[in-house]
Design a protein around this ligand. Sequence first.
Ligand code: FAD
Length: 468
Amino acid sequence: MPVKRSDKTPMPVHDAQLRAHDFVEVNTGYTPAHAAFEAERCLRCQDAACVDGCPVNIPIPDFIHAVAAGDMPKAAQILRGANPLPSICGRVCPQENQCEAQCHMVKRFNPVAIGHLERFVADWERSQPVTARPNVTRQEKIAVIGAGPSGLVCAGELARLGYSVTVYEALHAPGGVLRYGIPEFRLPKSVLDWEIGVLKAMGVEIVCNVVIGRTIKMDELFENMGYAAVFIGTGAGLPQFLGIPGENLNGVMSANEFLTRMNLMGGYKFPENDTPLKVGKRVAVIGAGNTAMDAVRSSLRLGAEAAYIVYRRSEKEMGARIEEYHHAIEEGVDFRWLTNPLEVIDDGNGWVSGLKCQKMKLGEPDASGRARPIPIEGSEFVLPVDNVVLAIGTTPNPLLTRTTSGLLTNKKGCLVADENTGLTSKALVFAGGDAVTGAATVILAAGAGKRSATAIHEALQQGAAVTH
Ligand code: FAD
């Protein structure tokens, strides 16, 4: 426990040397004593700026006050009322850029650990019996495409409003990135399964192994299957590549492929489960966002002896959550900042043997607002590696939009949708999450799903009907 109230109560963690080689969740969670102490740090501000910093405007001081008062049912009720995925967001939200960045404590001290308290309350709630029940009061059926956070939250809200909801998911298990992307050591599958269990208890039907656009065309959902409205939450799962020589060598993978194989094929339970992943002794991951951090830390757990982050900008421009970055340092990840990959080197047999890189310096900000990396001539070198994992971004998969007429996308391939409602260019077709924004965050996807559920309800109450 900290002795100073100016410090954030640290999150207890597993030992870095041990955890770097297993998939057990790194953060072990606050005890009731930690939570009570941390909750008392909240200043209960009249103008609670933290609420504005939260994309779904959780009444943060209210739930923290309930924790301080020891009223856990009330704290859980307040949290869930605003955020349908608290146990997930308490673990993965970038609080340092959102609620905690706005906390008035930061003017002089550390902010209140809002994320850790959110997780504490949500984990308490998970220890209680599930009380949710089906409540179908409306005649209209709604289809949700994609079982990621946007689709799941939309489905849950619609079920709460009395609709019969079916979620169609392309993969064999629901969760989207929460299942196939974020590893067990950051977000245990049991936490995700519990949240999905609540949705099922509410009557939400989840049908896996159905690719809308292939197995069933989107228009068939309206014409043959009688759905009154559709929500698209198909995410941004198409990986980008660098276009450098050697990218097609054996041993080069996108982070999506690497993490999907590991998470969905059970590689995190290696050696109990087989996994087709072949991870060498030295792995370079290109990029410095959450995906890169997950891939590089996973590679250590899968047996790599050296794991590098190769990033062309500096630590300051890195997109990853600060906690993941600190955990990665503790676990022994080697960060090569201001380093740009030029070519993947062939070992002569079609396998990776190294990554040719060039050192960079930073210039004026570019279109992204971040300092532009500028090559330093004559600074080329080869980093000897056995695997290269690309974590440089993703875009929406074009399958659905290519097989559905009248669904407009922008230049980046993202669905065009109304900011407030998610309504797309097709009547009674709504969309949200990464499919609309491009790769973003869980809470933004969840917020979009919630807003679209309200918009669908309003449209149907006003008697809107499909005339596609
Ligand atoms: P997704 O989670 O991508 O879910 C979309 C679902 O739709 C998938 O299950 C997909 O299989 C399914 N689907 C796609 N097409 C079809 C189709 N045609 N028919 C049926 N189903 C379909 N965000 C954070 O806030 N914090 C983090 O720490 C964080 N870490 C991340 C780590 C990784 C490795 C990755 C990849 C992302 C991370 N993110 C993080 C981002 C966050 O996970 C996403 O912004 C969020 O999951 C987007 O939710 P979504 O519902 O829009 O899409």
